[in-house]
Design a protein around this ligand. Structure first.
Ligand SMILES: Nc1nc2c(ncn2[C@@H]2O[C@H](COP(=O)(O)OP(=O)(O)OP(=O)(O)O)[C@@H](O)[C@H]2O)c(=O)[nH]1
Length: 433
């Protein structure tokens, strides 16, 4: 099904029938045993459960359609090369950012805006799209503070993605509470105006929020109805009963995808069906936003587990294929518009968010004292963490220095992966004088 197997929903081709949710073990919740990742090549697109009936024409026939282009072109993009490291020297990064893009003769570009609730997985998804962790991720809300961009360059195409927490789209009060960077409040609308596609990310493991889109997101989508939008259901790995995803799709789309009405059928033997009814086109009623739970204007639906990279490649391929002819914005050597120091600050902050009570990391002022190359080519970083109170200092250091050394060790590891070089990271905690 678009909902459970390939993870993508879209406009049907006349030859396509229903996509069946017929695997008995599917509804028993064995996601890893199922090929609900569509990025794999066709021959391996089979259910791994021997008791599962072989795919009918639904899945395989749907593949080229699901991705909106013939398989051959997918193959050409199938082997996306490993991403380069982020440059570790600020001057080098600045130089790359200033550099004229080294674009090919017929460049293509797609500006992607990612919106979604705090913790929906925007940063995780962005890292996965890049293939390298350069954005901080945390289970505490509002890890995303300054608006960052991720740049994926593949062959002739460049994807430029930006994202914000959904509430920054409207709520000024929010900045007050969480001291969000000012640019976050102004930029979203401005950047959204220039986006070519909007990804609306929903955390399907969150029982409280998963059934409806927030007013902020609905307002945003209705403000820019001309920008194609895509619904991305994230964290499907955490949903045991996969058939719930079908209900969510129905609710979050108001039963309409790409102008087609969704048809849902269930029966007790798990033969639940979901299809698009092309004979019933465009019943897109105009309800008042306040009465809407979902958005009837989505053109595609993806289901993925960004944390594990599942289905991310399918989404990436789809985005690459949506790109339109246009000049690149960045040199192909650029992965993010963040400076190396910003990446470092955010990663250290991520670890503080992970191991400390919420009020502590938000009060820490990070000052980089040293950033230089060591004798063996390693990167030496020394950062002071300035806290407002002695009690915060004690928490940050932890018993026998356990917390601070864990933060330094994990942050160092992440930075090593971002910059692809040895890192020696020293953290010092001091109370603000
Ligand atoms: N199980 C699971 N966890 C995920 C998935 N995607 C993200 N997460 C986790 O969800 C938490 C939030 O992820 P982030 O990427 O920081 O979310 P965000 O939307 O950028 O959050 P804000 O910065 O608060 O707006 C982290 O603990 C991630 O590891 C997923 O697919 N599956």
């Amino acid at each position: 099904t678009p909902a459970a197997h390939p993870g993508v929903l879209g406009p049907p081709r006349p030859s396509l029938g229903c996509w069946d949710l017929c695997c008995p073990s599917w509804s028993a919740g064995t996601p890893t045993a199922h090929p609900w990742v569509l990025g794999s090549p066709l021959p391996s697109l089979r259910c791994w459960d021997p008791h599962c009936p072989p795919w009918g024409n639904g899945i395989t026939a749907a593949l080229p359609w699901v991705l909106g282009s013939p398989l051959s072109s997918l193959g050409a993009r199938g082997s996306l090369s490993a991403p380069q490291p982020v440059s570790r020297a600020a001057e080098e990064q600045e130089r790359l950012l200033r550099h004229r893009p080294d674009q090919p003769r017929s460049p293509k570009v797609l500006k992607v805006a990612i919106i979604g609730a705090p913790n929906a997985g925007k940063s995780t998804l962005s890292n996965q799209l890049l293939g390298r962790k350069v954005f901080a991720v945390s289970k505490k809300v509002h890890t995303t503070r300054c608006q960052a961009q991720g740049i994926v360059t593949s062959e002739d195409t460049q994807l430029v993605s930006s994202w914000w927490p959904e509430r920054s789209l409207t709520a000024a009060v929010f900045s007050f509470r969480h001291k969000l960077n000012e640019s976050m409040l102004k930029d979203p609308w401005e950047s959204m105006k220039h986006a070519d596609i909007v990804l609306v990310l929903v955390d399907v493991s969150d029982h409280w929020t998963r059934n409806c889109l927030s007013q902020e997101v609905l307002k945003c989508l209705s403000q820019f109805p001309q920008i194609p939008s895509v619904l991305v259901l994230n964290k499907v790995d955490l949903v045991k009963k996969k058939f719930i995803l079908l209900d969510l799709v129905a609710e979050l789309t108001e039963g309409i995808v790409n102008g087609q009405k969704l048809k849902m059928r269930y029966n007790p033997e798990h033969n639940s069906h979901c299809s698009l009814d092309s004979s019933n086109p465009k019943p897109c009623e105009h309800k008042h936003l306040k009465n809407m739970k979902g958005w009837p204007g989505f053109q595609e639906i993806f289901m993925l587990a960004a944390l594990h990279g599942e289905e991310v490649d399918t989404l990436k391929q789809y985005l690459l294929m949506q790109a339109k002819p246009g000049p690149w914005e960045f040199h192909s050597g650029v992965l993010t518009n963040q400076s190396p120091q910003e990446i470092c600050d955010n990663i250290i902050r991520e670890k503080m968010l992970e191991y400390l009570p919420l009020e502590v990391p938000y009060g820490v002022h990070q000052v980089t004292e040293m950033w230089e190359e060591g004798p063996s080519g390693e990167l030496l970083i020394m950062q002071n963490l300035v806290v407002p109170r002695k009690s915060h200092m004690m928490m940050l250091i932890g018993r026998k220095g356990k917390i601070i050394s864990r933060i330094a060790q994990e942050a160092g590891q992440d930075l090593m992966n971002a910059f692809l070089c040895d890192i020696r990271l020293k953290l010092r905690v001091e109370v603000k004088s």
